[in-house]
Design a protein around this ligand. Structure first.
Ligand code: 2BA
Length: 108
């Protein structure tokens, strides 16, 4: 069994969750914040059998878009003074996915 962590845009999270649910996967949504941009994103937790990991990744990939995000001076201050506080454009997403092994999953 695997536990998949998928960090995605808030804007894609409803579609991704709905499509995963429709395909029979169970999903937990966490409200998270990226450490670089300091803006909200969504982390999905999906516990699934090994054989279904590729299918989950396909659904996430098809639900999540790349976006360009321009930082603000205030966000830049959150990361220190390395860029002189100037706005910068970074490409975010579609999704950052981690797949971890699971020893046991029980529902009690
Ligand atoms: P953030 O940390 O807010 O990062 C947003 C975007 O800023 C990243 O997009 C990347 O384009 C850029 N970025 C992040 N850290 C950087 C750095 N040290 N130097 C230069 N550019 C940097 P994505 O790579 O698509 O990541 C989107 C979000 O996924 C991240 O939001 C973070 O919440 C998560 N994430 C990505 N990689 C991760 C990792 N290795 N470990 C934990 N979380 C990760």
């Amino acid at each position: 069994m695997k536990l998949i962590f998928a960090i995605i845009s808030n804007d894609d999270s409803v579609k991704a969750s709905a499509e995963l649910n429709s395909a029979g996967f169970f999903v937990t949504r966490l409200s998270t914040t990226g450490g670089y941009l300091m803006v909200g994103n969504t982390t999905l937790l999906i516990g699934t059998e090994d054989k279904d990991v590729e299918r989950v990744k396909q659904i996430i990939a098809s639900s999540c878009a790349k976006r360009t995000h321009t930082t603000t001076t205030i966000n830049s201050l959150g990361r220190g003074l390395g860029n002189n506080g100037l706005p910068e454009a970074v490409t975010v997403g579609g999704a950052t996915v981690f797949v971890l092994g699971v020893d046991e999953m029980v529902k009690l």
